[in-house]
Design a protein around this ligand. Structure first.
Ligand SMILES: *[C@@H]1O[C@H](CO)[C@@H](O)[C@H](O)[C@H]1NC(C)=O
Ligand SMILES: *[C@@H]1O[C@H](CO)[C@@H](O)[C@H](O)[C@H]1NC(C)=O
Ligand SMILES: *[C@@H]1O[C@H](CO)[C@@H](O)[C@H](O)[C@H]1NC(C)=O
Ligand SMILES: *[C@@H]1O[C@H](CO)[C@@H](O)[C@H](O)[C@H]1NC(C)=O
Ligand SMILES: *[C@@H]1O[C@H](CO)[C@@H](O)[C@H](O)[C@H]1NC(C)=O
Ligand SMILES: *[C@@H]1O[C@H](CO)[C@@H](O)[C@H](O)[C@H]1NC(C)=O
Ligand SMILES: *[C@@H]1O[C@H](CO)[C@@H](O)[C@H](O)[C@H]1NC(C)=O
Length: 455
């Protein structure tokens, strides 16, 4: 197998509640499981492949049907275990674990999360469509601002942690087009309609939907795509069911652009200059953090304009906002000695800053419209980050000064506790960013039930 992956190139409370989100929050009334079902006709008589005899085809349908039944009943059991676990209101998981036992207020429901995680490890299987050639498929960058795209490709395809080669055992199907690569090779400068990228994605879905029965069976609901590139959402629009039904794992998780938290997954942005985590974790102890709040970055997008307008040339030493850092001052040293790190949207909502802050032990201050933070169905972001509304930017200092030292220390401690879920490992380790991202996909898969036949 190839092992040279990586190309060179409101605190979120769900309104439309998918059950799992409800479950991980703990009990809330008696809502019953009401999965969406897609009853796409499977191999109707006019679709029977000619070269096979009818009995063989019937056998195959029955065999596949039985496998799907079995798989769905496994998922149903998992849902019910997770529901039961959610009833135990204990901030410490009651499940055994040799590595880590989730506990504390960083979790919406530590026990439900832990149970769900353990069920995922036991059951979850991902099939990666093999169709598609390098460089446009099966790869992404690991060393630039879209690092999380390449790393997730690598971890999904290279390590057989969740991957299965047997599509009848698969609970989800991965559509391995690499959006960053598509943009690099097929984008014609100035043509924001992305026609060549669109054609490639449409062709790909056509190919796999003719060759395999799985896309038609669910209309894409048990399929997922991946993109950290800003144009991920745009790329998914070329196939209506990909946009509306499939699980889209996106850094650009902008609800105004159709990101749907009950079926889509926020991929944390990462900027790993070397492709590795080395040297990024750290930071001074809270008592040595001399700057109240810090930001440095380009002026793009309306939110940053507003931030710069109010704070860039400010003589106030508490809020340090730069477009360009002064000579000799390093970005890393600044976030390591700041109490709060500002994470405003740029042109797009996704950015590596939240994870950078978490690595540096700096409490993130999220200033974004319509952004769904990563792993929100598991993590209680309120307890380790600050959300500031865009219109409150002028009051930034007042808002941050209003956070008591005690409260700040609690948040900072939790930032360090939550680090484990954002850490990148050379080989994935339990509860790290890879497993947490897969866990988000697992939760979305639990939200649907796939059927082969009309009832
Ligand atoms: C939930 O169901 C139980 C038993 O089925 C019932 O006693 C209870 O009143 C219900 N609660 C609500 C909020 O509907
Ligand atoms: C919560 O879980 C911990 C650890 O398993 C256990 O010691 C404690 O008794 C539990 N508390 C409640 C109220 O169930
Ligand atoms: C899936 O549906 C498409 C369009 O309706 C059709 O062309 C294709 O043959 C179907 N695939 C299978 C495997 O039946
Ligand atoms: C998604 O579904 C909505 C409502 O059915 C529809 O208006 C929209 O065009 C669909 N999106 C895409 C990209 O096809
Ligand atoms: C900040 O100061 C620089 C140089 O003095 C000036 O060019 C710039 O327009 C100022 N920016 C704002 C937002 O006031
Ligand atoms: C999010 O999407 C909306 C609608 O397309 C857009 O106006 C906005 O600029 C996007 N980005 C950010 C950072 O909010
Ligand atoms: C300061 O905090 C208090 C309570 O936590 C809150 O009621 C008040 O509105 C806050 N003031 C500002 C300016 O944020």
């Amino acid at each position: 197998m190839r092992n040279n992956y990586c190309s060179s190139s409101s605190f979120f409370f769900l309104a439309v509640v998918s059950l799992l989100v409800f479950t991980l929050n703990g009990p809330a009334g008696n809502s019953s499981w009401s999965p969406l079902t897609w009853n796409a006709g499977f191999l109707g008589s006019d679709q029977v492949p000619e070269q096979k005899q009818l009995p063989q085809v019937v056998d195959e349908i029955v065999r596949r049907y039985n496998k799907l039944e079995k798989l769905e009943s496994g998922l149903a059991r998992a849902r019910s275990f997770i529901r039961q676990a959610a009833l135990i209101r204990n901030s410490t998981s009651t499940h055994q674990d040799p590595d880590y036992v989730p506990c504390g207020p960083i979790y919406r429901n530590a026990n439900a999360f832990h149970r769900s995680y353990l069920e995922m490890e036991k059951l979850f299987k991902i099939y990666v469509y093999e169709e598609g050639e390098l460089p446009l498929f099966h790869d992404g960058p690991c060393k630039d601002i879209y690092s999380s795209e390449g790393l997730l490709f690598r971890d999904l395809e290279f390590y057989n942690i969740y991957r299965t080669k047997d599509y009848d055992k698969a609970m989800v199907f991965f559509l391995p087009f690499g959006v960053t690569e598509l943009v690099q090779y097929l984008y014609v400068p100035g043509d924001y309609k992305l026609p060549d990228i669109g054609r490639t994605v449409v062709d790909y879905i056509n190919t796999i939907s003719i060759k395999y029965p799985f896309w038609n069976r669910s209309l894409g609901a048990d399929h997922f795509m991946l993109a950290c590139h800003d144009w991920g959402p745009q790329t998914s629009k070329f196939v209506p069911n990909l946009f509306n039904k499939s699980i889209r794992v996106l850094c650009n998780a902008n609800t105004s652009e159709g990101f749907n938290p009950s079926k889509d997954v926020t991929l944390p942005g990462l900027y790993l200059r070397t492709g590795k985590l080395r040297g990024l974790l750290g930071g001074l102890s809270p008592s040595h953090r001399s700057i109240l709040a810090f930001f440095a970055g380009g002026e793009h997008g309306y939110i940053r304009s507003l931030l710069f307008q109010h704070w860039k040339n400010s003589t106030d030493q508490d809020i340090q906002v730069f477009e360009y850092l002064p000579r000799g001052v390093s970005y890393k040293s600044m976030i390591r000695k700041s109490k709060f790190c500002l994470c405003p949207s740029g042109y797009e909502v996704g950015s590596p800053r939240i994870v950078e802050s978490i690595y540096a032990g700096c409490v993130p201050v999220i200033i974004k419209d319509g952004y769904v933070p990563p792993f929100s169905d598991v993590l209680n972001w309120k307890t380790f980050s600050v959300k500031v509304e865009v219109k409150e930017i002028p009051n930034l200092k007042k808002i941050l000064m209003n956070i008591s030292q005690r409260q700040y220390l609690r948040m900072q401690r939790r930032v360090k506790q939550v680090q484990r879920h954002f850490v990148v490992n050379e080989t994935p380790k339990r509860f790290d960013i890879f497993h947490m991202t897969v866990h988000s996909i697992w939760l979305r898969r639990l939200n649907v039930q796939i059927k082969d036949f009309d009832d």
